[in-house]
Ligand binder design. Structure first.
Ligand SMILES: CC(C)(COP(=O)(O)OP(=O)(O)OC[C@H]1O[C@@H](n2cnc3c(N)ncnc32)[C@H](O)[C@@H]1OP(=O)(O)O)[C@@H](O)C(=O)NCCC(=O)NCCS
Length: 164
């Protein structure tokens, strides 16, 4: 896995230029341009961006709190968790890399950055979940060790205890 030299920081909605971001997926670009600052203000999501030396946004991801039905997790993991109906989770709702920076290892590096952030948060969560928007995205997450939830295969998870 290669790591490109980017700085990852919380999105500065006033300072970072989001207009040029182009991941090839219009919905993800539009979200960064038009919606994310409102979600941050309303405390429903946090957004982190990978910045080049020139402060250009090369990629971004969002994190939000979530919960997963205990029954959707595999037996092996369930045995290590309390028998509550739901398990606290963090959701990486969106992950996108600008087409100019794809294939450099940035998507993988952002995923690892999100996992570290989630695993080290003072507010605990047992798993990180991701919503794969299509089969290619699901393959990307499986490549990084994620497994599908039993009842919703387009949602994949990774235990955060193993990340720590
Ligand atoms: C998916 C995406 C984030 C990947 O970013 P990227 O920077 O091009 O990917 P990377 O260069 O970091 O790839 C890291 C690794 O994942 C692998 N990989 C990349 N895309 C993959 C895919 N679709 N399936 C399986 N593996 C994949 C790479 O081969 C690489 O493997 P290695 O670490 O063993 O060398 C990017 O293509 C993107 O923004 N796509 C559009 C939006 C999207 O689909 N987001 C996904 C969540 S909805």
């Amino acid at each position: 896995m290669t790591y490109a030299p980017f700085l990852v920081a919380a999105l500065d909605a006033a300072g970072h230029d989001r207009r040029q971001f182009d991941s090839g997926t219009p919905a993800l670009d539009r979200y960064l341009r038009e919606q994310v600052s409102q979600d941050i203000r309303r405390r429903v999501a946090a957004c982190f961006v990978a910045l080049t030396d020139e402060q250009r946004i090369a990629g971004y991801y969002t994190l939000a709190t979530a919960s997963v039905p205990l029954a959707d997790l595999p037996d092996e993991l369930r045995r290590k968790l309390p028998r509550y109906g739901v398990v606290p989770a963090l959701r990486m709702g969106r992950l996108a890399v600008d087409t100019a920076f794809k294939g450099l290892g940035l998507g993988g590096a952002l995923l690892i950055n999100a996992l570290r952030r989630a695993a080290n948060s003072e507010i605990p969560a047992a798993v990180l979940i991701v919503d794969a928007k299509d089969d290619r995205a699901a393959a990307f997450y499986r490549h990084h060790g994620f497994s599908p939830l039993a009842d919703s295969p387009q949602t994949l998870f990774l235990p955060l205890t193993s990340v720590r």
